[in-house]
Design a protein around this ligand. Structure first.
Ligand SMILES: [Zn+2]
Length: 298
């Protein structure tokens, strides 16, 4: 029996008062820690704009044992050997996700507890065939039908990315395509990168029309170097680093601290007027007011 939980997070005591709940966003990811790609954006929506962010994690993260050795001393159990990791990591990674969610101001977590098969040599070839896709589709349909989300975030399903990330994006796009056009949230494919590097061009996977984007360039770019409030010494990189620090079982992930200063989002064409709706989100998101810079190329 696959267990599914919704866990409300406790707000930070210093959180600003909630204003109108816009935007309402749903993050749908394959693995615990994938939310890193939009850490600053999620924080800004929930903690500063008065919006709502919920989070679905499809797998139980049991495949994340390869670089878990450093955290064995923290958790007091064996997690770096495959058999031990598969037994002990799901509970640990769920708690790590809840901890990261408290940083990000996540309203509800939904853990779908699907098998995380991991991969041999190439993450792009990771299989999702052990997932109960009917259950995932049912849960996504229930969430999308039960709440009027404005945006759904998943990872960009670029050809070389982890197979689980591509499968997740496909399931999200299927669920959104099943809604009447006027009810569809905008689906955004996220990727963390460096502002110094040009973003990839992603128009969709060639064999899959559902993954077609409204533009091959990012519709929104959030600069994690943006100053935090009126304190120029602080910026949104700190939030992303907090999220990394909560996922202690993911040892190699810790070396990403400070590495990515851009959160880029491609808008999928499944939703009418996706780019216009992204423009409105960008106006609210970007604390520097440099909206024009971020729409170059559209
Ligand atoms: Zn992942």
């Amino acid at each position: 029996m696959i267990e599914s939980l919704a866990v409300p997070s406790r707000p930070l005591e210093s959180a600003p008062a909630v204003r109108a709940a816009w935007p309402k966003a749903l993050i749908v990811m394959a693995h615990p820690d994938d939310e890193y790609a939009l850490a600053a954006t999620a924080y800004r929506i929930s903690r500063e704009l008065g919006g709502v962010v919920d989070h679905v994690v499809i797998t139980n993260g049991a495949g994340g044992y390869r670089y878990a050795a450093l955290a064995e001393a923290i958790y007091g159990v064996s997690i770096a050997r495959e058999a031990d990791g598969r037994a002990n990591l799901p509970a640990i990674r769920r708690q790590e996700t809840l901890n990261a969610g408290r940083v990000l101001g996540i309203r509800r977590h939904h853990f779908l507890e699907q098998t995380d098969s991991g991969f041999e040599d190439d993450c792009a070839g990771a299989s999702w065939h052990a997932w109960d896709c009917a259950l995932v589709r049912h849960r996504l349909a229930g969430l999308l039908g039960g709440d009027d989300y404005d945006f759904v975030f998943t990872l960009l399903p670029s050809p070389g990315c982890h197979g689980h990330h591509r499968a997740t994006a496909r399931l999200v796009l299927e669920a959104v395509a099943d809604l009447p056009e006027e009810c569809r949230p905008v689906v955004l494919g996220a990727e963390a990168g460096r502002l110094a590097d040009a973003p990839c061009a992603f128009g969709g996977l060639p064999e899959d029309a559902l993954t077609r984007t409204a533009a091959s360039t990012p519709a929104i770019v959030f600069d994690r170097n943006a100053p935090f409030g009126n304190q120029p010494a602080l910026n949104y990189q700190i939030v992303a680093n907090w999220v990394i620090g909560e996922h202690k079982s993911q040892g190699l992930f810790q070396t990403d601290c400070g590495k990515h200063d851009a959160e880029r989002f491609w808008a999928f064409a499944v939703t009418p007027h996706a780019l216009e709706r992204c423009r409105e989100l960008a106006r609210r998101l970007l604390p520097t007011g440099r909206v024009g810079d971020f729409f170059a190329g559209l």
